[in-house]
Design a protein around this ligand. Sequence first.
Ligand SMILES: Cc1cc2nc3c(=O)[nH]c(=O)nc-3n(C[C@H](O)[C@H](O)[C@H](O)COP(=O)(O)O)c2cc1C
Length: 366
Amino acid sequence: MTDTHILFQPVEFDNLSLKNRIVMAPMTRSFSPGNVPGEDVAAYYRRRAEGEVGLILTEGVSTNETTATGTPNVPNIVTDAAKAGWKKVVEGVHEAGGKIGIQLWHEGPFRNPKNTSHPDVPSWSASGVKTADKQLWNPMSESEIETAITEFVDAAVAAKDLGFDAVEFHGAHSYLIDSFFWDQTNLRDDKWGGDWTGRTRFAAEIIRRTREQVGADYPLIIRLSQWKQQDFNAKTAKNPQEMEQWLTPLVKAGIDIIHMSQRRFWEPTFEGSPLNDAGWAKKLTGKPAISVGSVGLSGEFTAAYAGESSEPASLDRLIEMMEREEFDLIAVGRALLQDPDWALKIRESRQDELKTFTKDALGTLY
Ligand SMILES: Cc1cc2nc3c(=O)[nH]c(=O)nc-3n(C[C@H](O)[C@H](O)[C@H](O)COP(=O)(O)O)c2cc1C
């Protein structure tokens, strides 16, 4: 049987100490009517803390009530009621001995106004959205960019005040921040576009201004992905040199931990090296890195939305990569959605009790 003890080694970063290497991946649950996380959401996160997850990352949380959100029943961190709900979530996780970071999410071009209570408010993104015959939404104006940055900073400050142990900016999966990074969706020729300095400026400003507000000791994480929702094979950075130009401005702005989202954690990023995205992020920046993608399961997550089940799978490859110190933390999504005690079962070698992931887990908040 695989020796998994490396997963349960405590770790101390400059401003964050964790009891083990297992992170709960951020997963949208849409169980927050009125955009307020309730008692059931608090109990759901608490169960994962009781199940020995080292760091819980919340579902994506909206940074405003209009442009940021196009998915029903997604919580925000803007209203007093939502903040009160999050306070209970944080207290529950802490009582259970866990740690919790909040993922701040602006859906940007993937927001469908028709699904929202503000159907007339256009969606935001670096260069707007065009269909074959018409410009659907315009590129963001300077003042909209300023507003979006301020909203991220305010949300991060609110999260710190509520007792969250860290903030993660959602800079992945084609949403607002990612629309600035990728040269296919950022066609701007002003200071917010063009070269890597321009395309990373939006994220770097969010990080820099947040850092000024929260101080040096507060952990800031950014989630990034090479892949896009509209193109799983996309690569924001085509080679290590580009990846360095992508990540360095974020590190200089004050990011502490880099979370590289992959659909399958073992896939190498560039030819000629076995390193995955998190491996490269750690190598190029020296910062701690989180990896993710199909840990402990036979199939990948986008297929889960189409109803595909996944069987428990071996952790051998993950353990090998972690023993080589390619990355520091591993995020686990569906396995923890299916089973709050997943980490505990791995630690106690209760492999025969691991569960198959089925689509039913998407529809319940256990
Ligand atoms: C139901 C569901 C909701 C998700 N919502 C988010 C989200 O809000 N933010 C995010 O960055 N990723 C989100 N993801 C992606 C996960 O964080 C994770 O990267 C992905 O599920 C791969 O991990 P897994 O193979 O262990 O499930 C979601 C995934 C699932 C299955």
